[in-house]
Design a protein around this ligand. Sequence first.
Ligand SMILES: *Cc1c(COP(=O)(O)O)cnc(C)c1O
Length: 430
Amino acid sequence: MSRSQCERLFEEAQSLIPGGVNSPVRAFKSVGQTPIFAARGEGAYIWDADGKKYTDYIGSWGPLILGHAYAPVVDAVCEAAHEGTSFGLPTAMEVEMARLITELVKGVEMVRMVSSGTEAVLSAIRAARGFTGREMVVKFEGCYHGHSDSMLVKAGSGLATAGQPDSAGVPANTAAATLTCRYNDLEEIKKIFAAHKDEIAAVIVEPVGANMGVVPPAPGFLEGLREITAANGALLIFDEVITGFRLSINCASGYFGVTPDLWTFGKIIGGGLPVGAYGGRRDVMSMVAPLGPVYQAGTLSGNPVAMAAGFAALTALRENPLIYRELAARGERLRAGLDKIFKKYGVAACVQGIESLATIFFTAGPVKSYDEAKKSDTARYARFWSGMAARGILMAPSQFEALFLCAAHSDEDIEYFLVCADEVAGSEGF
Ligand SMILES: *Cc1c(COP(=O)(O)O)cnc(C)c1O
């Protein structure tokens, strides 16, 4: 049998790029497949290098809430590029972008643009450390905050034990300054604060866990974090790289009515181009250079083409509030439909999500934390993934990720997803 173009490309890529990909999850290892090389996207659909069409539920892992090649974003990019792609000087668009973000997100008084979510997080943590004069940071098990050294730490099993690095190459000393806590567990975070009084600079959290599959916050969890950080002189950081401008135009903080001290943004804020941002309280952000002593810089920060894309995306979302209502309704329909299907076939599955995010955990659930997410049957997820892909539905090639809906998904797309899911769930050997 002749090999496909995707297979040929992957073979060549593997000799040139580590693992053949520029970000590990794209290797499709956890579903036992080789990568789909994308050639083109339009709205809710993509075409691979062999011309096969898929309805896309990866959405570039979050940024594409408006769908692929959304015309106002593409136009803004082209227009900006014609004027010059980079200056290394401030531009008017950066001021407009900062104005827009501070208007949309209550509590963000100042904001600094960077080029990725990773950069946003490491910079926010540096600012928090600079502001508090403390070194320790608490993160939650199963939350992803980019690949900076101090965030590549998962839970040590013992309570409040120093973190163990998740990756080779992370200095033990760096990892030791990161404490980990169970998601949705306020009792544990209280114990961590009791054990490390006056040492914790910040608690960073995904206000909706979306990198262990989708795990919404339990009622009171975010409020509890707000209280305990404030009471202990630590900053609360919402990592809104996924939730920002996805849960609502006012982000997760507006959605839940909980105001952190700092926010990190990425993904949607760049409209599909490489953008991140961090911002928050004026007194904390005033620590950042050249105003204050916390150094942070970037040759391509606030890049005019990237700013134009992000600004066009955020403006489209702001001007069309109906988008969020429709996304929420389709998300609900997808989750309810899947739930019914798995019940019908007696499959141990738990469909979770919020607004335009969903995950099918192949475990009875409910999943409130990473240890519960890890009980999922990943082999069954791989079978489900393959069955759906064969029918032209592209989901994240890993159990512990979200399904991302975009404004371009139609009711018919959702209906087709459910028809396919019913076929796969009801098939022999599933
Ligand atoms: C994707 C993600 C990041 C990292 O962003 P990059 O742009 O990939 O560096 C950080 N935090 C969260 C919550 C994310 O989902």
